[in-house]
Ligand binder design. Structure first.
Ligand code: PGA
Length: 264
């Protein structure tokens, strides 16, 4: 069985102090829940401090980006090896990076390759624009993005794919569970074509785009969706902990109530 995952993408929010405060509250709020994989992706500057605050917990850490070159004169950039020193995961190809920082399919591909090379697990974001969606080109765009992101990459162990329709990100207009399930099925089929049926079955596919405590259940109930990449709601303790709690109870309905478990 694929382990469900809830990842929080904090984007460019929180100072180091605020990040530690927020993660400490989240940690308290989800103590006793450990079957869903929980990942926090704070800004680079807070990674070390958040890692420290997560000591002795099974909550994982992720970065929001990396640069594909190994090292050298790239002022301001952070390499895969530097990220791997602190994190297990890294978000790659987020639509905001594509939109505001000119990340092309080729750049995303190089970043995925750099991450995998050092054993970092990429959370690869793909998703169509509103006009593509309205023109019925979702399948085409998503397949093309997935193929170009993984071009020339023979082994993708640990890869997570986050399907994030751009029109749903930060808009309060989440996609429909069934639609997302259909796209996740397509993603899995493409992974089977690129790699193998086994890889396709093992790879987790997340949904992202205006996920909240109010709508998480309709995504987690779908057969091909293995979790969520949460933006805005991951900055709100009540929202994020509720998203994790609901996901855990949907995937593991037989777990005892969390209050009976010994906190981490
Ligand atoms: P959102 O962001 O949940 O605020 O829509 C999701 C994301 O950008 O990963």
């Amino acid at each position: 069985m694929r382990i469900p995952m809830i990842a929080g993408n904090w984007k460019m929010n929180t100072t180091v102090g605020e990040a530690v405060e927020l993660v400490t509250e989240i940690r308290k709020g989800i103590s006793g829940l450990h079957d869903v994989e929980r990942v926090i992706c704070p800004p680079f500057v807070s990674l070390a401090a958040v890692k420290e605050a997560l000591k002795r917990t099974s909550i994982k850490l992720g970065a929001q980006n990396l640069y594909f070159e190994e090292k050298g004169a790239y002022t301001g950039e952070v390499s895969a090896l530097m990220v791997a020193d602190l994190c297990e995961y890294v978000i790659i190809g987020h639509s905001e990076r594509r939109q505001y920082f000119g990340e092309t399919g080729e750049i995303v591909n190089r970043k995925v390759g750099a991450a995998l090379k050092v054993g970092l697990k990429p959370i690869l974001c793909i998703g169509e624009k509103l006009e593509d969606n309205e023109a019925g080109r979702t399948e085409e765009v998503v397949t093309e993005q997935l193929r170009s992101s993984l071009a020339g990459i023979d082994v993708c162990a640990g890869l997570v794919v986050a399907y994030e329709p751009i029109w749903a990100i930060g808009t309060g207009r989440a996609a429909h569970g069934k639609q997302v399930n259909a796209t996740a099925t397509l993603i899995r089929r493409t992974l089977a074509e690129l790699y193998s049926q086994e890889v396709a079955q093992e790879t987790r596919i997340l949904y992202g785009g205006s996920v909240t405590a109010e709508n998480i259940a309709k995504f987690m109930e779908q057969s091909e969706i293995d979790g969520a990449l949460v933006g805005g709601a991951s900055l709100k303790v009540d929202q994020f902990t509720s998203i994790i709690r609901q996901t855990e109870s949907i995937f593991f309905p037989n777990n005892p109530p969390t209050k009976d478990l010994i906190p981490w």
